[in-house]
Design a protein around this ligand. Sequence first.
Ligand SMILES: Nc1nc2c(ncn2[C@@H]2O[C@H](COP(=O)(O)OP(=O)(O)OP(=O)(O)O)[C@@H](O)[C@H]2O)c(=O)[nH]1
Ligand SMILES: [Mg+2]
Ligand SMILES: [Zn+2]
Ligand SMILES: [Zn+2]
Length: 394
Amino acid sequence: MNANCTCPYCFNDFSLYNVKFRCKNNELTLDKKEKCKSETDKVLGKNLRRVIEINNPVKYGPIPKKIKCDNCNVETLTRICPECHNELPYSFDGSNKHLIFGIIGTTSAGKSHYIASLLKIIKNEMSFSFNVSCVINSVSQKRVDKIHEQVYGKKESLDATAIENTDVKLPIVFTLRFKRKSLLRNVDEECTISLFDTAGEAMDSIDYMSKYIYKSSGLIFLIDPRQIDGLQKQQTDEDLPVKKTSQIIETMINYCRENTDLDMKEINKKTPVAIAISKFDKIESEFDEASILNSPGSHAGVLNIDHINAINTEIMSFISTKEEANVIRLIEDYFSNYSFFGVSALGSNPVEDKKIDKIRPKRIEDPFLWLLWKNGVIKSNQMKLFVNKILHNK
Ligand SMILES: Nc1nc2c(ncn2[C@@H]2O[C@H](COP(=O)(O)OP(=O)(O)OP(=O)(O)O)[C@@H](O)[C@H]2O)c(=O)[nH]1
Ligand SMILES: [Mg+2]
Ligand SMILES: [Zn+2]
Ligand SMILES: [Zn+2]
């Protein structure tokens, strides 16, 4: 059992033997007073239930999963990170995979809507096609509910993410539980995912991004169609974004060069980068009707790698024809582990008062599934074809 892990919220490394707990006893005494009162959590600066520390933690044997509250004597199973005091996912134990995926892009690139749509698709469509359940961790649940209520309930688009909003400094954490059937038995495999939505304005404050670029298992880099040179001329309705795609990539590369021992090429060996044009509905007319990009997602239990490769080729040649050869050159120079995508979270432009007429997401899951595949969580159809060939000589 590996006790060393990285907190899915603050990304600090810690040993599960040093985990802390939070009392969850909310019973009342006969005179209606709480048996174990809330108190100020000094780390989170909020009035919360009592933090319980293990007396003389050991470094061997079973990893502690529960403790009796030193105040009310009631047992709790709620473990918290010893550094940031956020609740750890129930099954988080160092043996399941933990992947940190960062979503990067300038202000208004579409990051928050992408995440809203991705979580919806994971919960609804992927649960069937991949036989997976998705449990959003308690700390993130309220935030996800709020986002989904606004987009899918009220059908209103989200506001820009404010960097000073403490909520957004935390990633959204969820656990995927894959039910795998093997010849001998059924096994459940779990994977904890931290999805990091940056505030676009944070692209200017590189310190904020540093922690997770370095620790990420994958990055989804969203490019607003307006950031592609050749397309800017066609867009007259909105202000142009301040930074161009190539500038953002250069900032990221420079950051890594200055602040870590590794250069981006080294980091990229372990950190695949999905480069996705967002708001694809705005440019879909530029692509052939028969293009895979104009068809719905097509990953039935495995990543359809043929489609991913075809999309990569189409988007790359599209960007090259739009006077953004510089972006391709930069990416080819600094990344080896990348693929291009085209995604649409909403499927159409919001109308007046931020109202969204009809939400039709497109190919949202492609970059996410590709990153899962790169991290060994799911298989590709090539592997399936290979196994079929061996087993059935097909
Ligand atoms: N047409 C279209 N518009 C979109 C889509 N996704 C987002 N938008 C619009 O793009 C704008 C910015 O989207 P956000 O998701 O808030 O962008 P962001 O990258 O989170 O921006 P910051 O939080 O400022 O960093 C909003 O007005 C959305 O309505 C899409 O798929 N299609
Ligand atoms: Mg945002
Ligand atoms: Zn208690
Ligand atoms: Zn933490």
